[in-house]
Design a protein around this ligand. Structure first.
Ligand SMILES: [Fe+2]
Ligand SMILES: [Fe+2]
Length: 308
């Protein structure tokens, strides 16, 4: 059996396991049972998560650019994955709304995203000629993003400030992210076994491009504003295990989250200064960077109080 036939049959077996428990999670009863209490902090977090989940629509486009969807197994996985992620988005949006946070979701169009997303679009198209490498990168990066999602949701579910009635919903979503992660991880292992040289490629891609889910969509500042408190919570530390998972898959120490966090906290320290000297932060930033002007309408939902 050639390497591609071997990978395809391993992915098919993997898809069979994945499809055993497929289907959207249930959440409507729990969300109906929520008290109508305004909580801007949690509402804003759920709104941001709804956006990140809804961003799976954009992933479908990226997947096409990368050429990884030439495999019918990946197409079959993706149809189910998209349906499940879309339901997560609806659940988070409904929870945000019950907490008094009703704001439209951010745009997913490439040109509205962080500028690195535009560069990535070109790189994905160019890289699509390297079929095994792109498939390995897709499966490996998918593993990492799903780990971040599932550990973040578990952390939010365990946070005593989260209404108890929706804890099961968060756990159901986290469990589904775990199922997604297993598909990606087992798939990545299968590709690495048959095409070991792809590991070096994926290490390089990960080191150059990896950022936690939502950064491309929201921009670094808005992401930090909403997600650093989750990362800093007692149970949020599990998110950092993403570096351990990447190192294990890729056979070398990978410090993706560590480097991202260090850069982010360094930048956060720098942008705090104008606030302390009473200069308006948004105004001083938009003078420096045309991008922040473009990003402003999308982050407005994060920075402003919820609409009634
Ligand atoms: Fe999800
Ligand atoms: Fe997922």
């Amino acid at each position: 059996m050639g390497p591609w036939s071997r990978v395809t049959s391993q992915l098919e077996a993997n898809l069979d396991r994945f499809l055993k428990n497929w289907g959207p999670i249930t959440w409507r009863d729990e969300v109906s049972a929520m008290k109508d209490e305004s909580d801007p902090r949690l509402g804003r977090l759920f709104w941001a998560l709804a956006g990140v989940e809804d961003d799976s629509r954009h992933m479908r486009v990226k997947l096409h650019w990368s050429g990884a969807d030439r495999s019918t197994v990946i197409q079959d996985f993706n149809v189910v994955w998209l349906a499940e992620e879309a339901e997560h988005s609806r659940a988070f949006m409904a929870m945000a709304s019950r907490l008094g946070f009703n704001v439209d979701l951010p745009s997913h169009a490439t040109l509205h995203r962080d500028r690195r997303a535009v560069i990535a679009a070109g790189a994905l198209r160019a890289g699509s000629v390297y079929k095994a490498g792109m498939l390995a990168a897709y499966l490996c990066l998918g593993t990492l993003q799903e780990h971040v999602a599932l550990s973040a949701y578990n952390a939010i579910a365990r946070d005593p400030r989260t209404p108890q009635v929706i804890e099961p919903v968060l756990k159901r979503i986290a469990a589904q992210e775990g199922r997604h992660m297993r598909f990606y991880r087992q798939g990545a292992i299968a590709v690495f076994e048959s095409f070991p040289e792809t590991k070096a490629f994926v290490r390089a891609v990960s080191r150059r491009t990896w950022r936690p889910p939502g950064v491309d969509l929201l921009g670094k500042r808005a992401w930090a504003d909403v997600f650093l408190p989750v990362l800093d919570s007692e149970t949020g530390a599990m998110i950092r295990n993403v570096d351990h998972i990447a190192s294990e898959l890729l056979g070398e120490p990978m410090r993706l989250m560590e480097r991202f966090e260090r850069g982010l906290r360094g930048n956060a320290a720098r942008v705090v200064l104008p606030r302390q000297s009473n200069a308006p932060l948004e105004a001083s930033e938009s003078r420096q960077s045309p991008r922040s002007q473009m990003v402003q309408p999308r982050t407005a939902g994060l920075a402003s109080p919820p609409r009634p």
